[in-house]
Design a protein around this ligand. Structure first.
Ligand code: ATP
Ligand code: MG
Length: 253
């Protein structure tokens, strides 16, 4: 981990401070937008309410996601400014463990930011980063938001979209793609349209999917298909929602 400064390791909210610092550094480096700061704040609130840990249900989702990745013909990991700032090495590791492509895909696309993120990912070990050609469009979205690579997300059968905007998550689903979403808000549209919603902090979720992918590397297609079939996205969202509500009840008592 680089870019780490001045965060006292014995602080009770060390991880949260570190995360904020990384997002702030991302903004300074031109890879994260100021909107990304707002998304971070929203994510932190949900993480706090969920207990800042990977729940058994989120772990099952991560395993189902890994199975999807291993079964896919062309899996792609979509990377935005927050993802690049928070987990660049973990993105590269997941790509290596699953043979997935990495594509920069931004809600507020600017060529400058796409290039800065691609460069940042390469500094963290990525060999090929897609998203710079942007020669295809996701149907049903306005021009800038729709841009993707023809040989990347456009062609993918399985797409991991962490911290994605609901509109685009929906449009990708309509293209027939299997969507894996990482989002701490189980009520967000992104989580609701996903084949596999992982309601967990991306800091924990991404390495967890990689761990499961390595663990399942020797599994047969039939075994992987069984894991995929057994996963119930609605139940995963219900689990997370219940946890949010029970936490709130406990505090009222
Ligand atoms: P919609 O309902 O259309 O999906 P939204 O309100 O969720 O919109 P966005 O800005 O599109 O807003 O999405 C940001 C999402 O990312 C939020 O749901 C937030 O909880 C989540 N998020 C932020 N940081 C993290 C993180 N570190 N790990 C996982 N999820 C995060
Ligand atoms: Mg959302």
């Amino acid at each position: 981990m680089s870019d780490e400064v001045d965060v006292p390791a014995d602080h009770p909210r060390y991880q949260s401070l570190l995360t904020r610092h990384r997002i702030e550094a991302g903004v300074e480096k031109g890879i994260t937008s100021t909107q990304g700061l707002i998304a971070e704040g929203r994510g932190e609130a949900f993480d706090y309410l969920l207990g800042e840990e990977t729940t058994p249900s989120a772990d099952r989702a991560a395993r189902a996601a890994a199975a999807h990745f291993l079964l896919a013909a062309h899996p792609v990991i979509s990377v935005n400014g927050n993802v690049a700032a928070l987990v660049p090495e973990e993105v590269v590791e997941l790509a290596e463990a699953t043979g997935a492509d990495i594509e920069v895909n931004l809600f507020g696309r600017t060529e400058e930011r796409v290039r800065a993120i691609a460069e940042h990912l390469r500094e963290h070990g990525a060999e090929e980063v897609k998203g710079l050609t942007a020669d295809a469009r996701i149907p049903g979205l306005s021009h800038e938001r729709a841009k993707v690579d023809a040989d990347g997300i456009y062609d993918a059968d399985v797409v991991l979209v962490p911290l994605e905007d609901g509109d685009r998550a929906e449009a990708l689903g309509e293209m027939g793609k299997t969507e894996i979403v990482i989002d701490l808000n189980p009520l967000s549209r992104s989580a609701r349209v996903a084949a596999v919603p992982i309601v967990d902090n991306i800091l924990r979720a991404l390495p967890n999917v990689t761990r499961h992918a390595r663990d399942l590397a020797g599994a047969s297609d039939a075994e992987l298909a069984e894991i995929v079939e057994a996963f119930d996205p609605a139940a995963a969202l219900d689990d997370a929602e219940r946890r949010l509500r029970e936490g709130a009840v406990a505090e009222d008592e």
